[in-house]
Ligand binder design. Sequence first.
Ligand code: HSE
Length: 437
Amino acid sequence: MRDVISIGMIGFGTVGSGVVKLLEEEKDLFERRVGAKLVLKKIADLDITTPRVVTPAPEKLTTNVMEVIADPDIDIVVELMGGYEPAHSFLLKAMKAKKHVVTANKALIATRGSDLFQVAEENGVDIGFEASVGGTIPIIKTLKESLVANRIQSIFGIMNGTANFILTKMTDGGEAFEVVLKEAQRLGFAEADPTFDIEGIDTAHKLAIVLSLAYGKNVNFDDIHVEGITGITGQDIAFAKDLGYRIKLLAIAIDRGDAVEARVHPTMIPFGHLLANVNANFNAFHVVGSASGSIFLYGQGAGMMPTASAVMSDVVDIARNIREGISSRVPARSIREADIVDINLRPFEEIRSNYYFRFSAVDRPGVLSKISGILGEKNISISTVIQKGRTRQGAVPIVMTTYKARERDVRAALEVIDRLDIVLDKTVLIRVEDDDL
Ligand code: HSE
C-alpha cells in the first residue's frame, strides 16, 4: 500500500492558497482519513512572487507547468487556474500522462466536459470537479452518489453568490444595482468580469454541469435559456413583495417526462420557500428525487476556504482510490461515458410557467380590458391585478400575475400589447415559480 500520495497544483490564486493552507493545517487529519500522507510537491503559476496567505518552500514553486504535468512522482494534478485555455490542454496532458485530475473550472467542465470525461475514462484516471458548482456545497457528490437510486424530478438552485448578493441588498436595503455590484467585487466573490455573474452565464455553466450529472447526458450549453438580473428594478422588487414573493436568480431543471426544461432567469418565489430565504452570497440547491423526495443543500458558493474544502474532498476521494489500487470507481457523470446520450431539452418557447407582467400604460377607461382581452385571446389566464400610483403624467404601472401559460403565447401577447398606443414602455416580464417548487 502507498504511504505517500503526491499532489501538483496549477494556479496559485485565492482557492489555490486555500488548498495549500488546508493541506498544511490539516495534514494529520488527511493522513488519518486517507491512510497515507498527502504531499504537495509542486505548485505552478506565472506569478510566484506575490505574497499569499501561505508561504510554500521556494523549491515547491515553479513558473513551468510541465514540472507538474511531466513529473512522474505526481499522482494528482489540481487545476485552479480557470479559463478555457490553456487550462483545457493542461488537463488533457495531465490525464494522458496518467495523472488523476481535480478542477474547479466550471466554464471548462460546462462546455468541454464531455471531452475531458472521455479522456479520463480512456486513460483510467479520475476527474474530480466538486468545486466547480456551489463552492463548498457537495452537490456533485450528492447527484452522482447519494441520490443514485433516484430519478431527478427537479432542481431549483441559487448558484451565483454575486447575483444573489445584489438581489438581496436591493430587496432588503433598497440599494442600487451598481452600488451593490461594486461591493460584491470588493468582497471578492464576483468573477473578474462580472458580466458572467450578472448576465446569468456563470449560473448557466453550473446548471449545465448539474444537468449532465442529474440525467447522465450530454448537455449543449448553448441550448440553455439564460437571462440575467440587469433588468431587475426596485419597482418590481416592491411589487413582488406586495404579491408575497422575492426575486431570485434561479437555475431550474424540471423533468417533464418527454423532455427536460433547463433555464436560468430571475424568478419570483414565495416568501415562505427555503430558497427565498437564501440570502447574501450564499448558494442553495433544492433537489427532488423520485424516492428521496425533497432535499435542500445550502452553503458558501465561493471563497478561499469553502472552495478549498470542495477541492480537497475530490483529492481525498482519489487518494483513497490510489491507496486501494483502483480508479474510475464512480464514473464522472455517474454513467460510463460510452453509455451517455444527448439530453432532450424542451425548447424554451414551449415551457409553461406562471408570469408577472408590469405594463406601463396610460391611465384611462378601457385600458385594462384591452390588455386583458389580448391575454385572453392567447389563452393566458390572469390571477392577480394591481394598479396603484402614477409614475409620470398619465402613465401608470399595471401589474398582473397569471396562471400557468405557455412562453410562446406570452411572447406573442406581449408583442401585440407593446405595440398598443396606450402602452408607453416595454412590458416587464418575470417568471413566477410556485407549484413546481
Ligand atoms: N462568481 C461566482 C459567484 C463564484 O459569484 O458565485 C463562484 O463560482
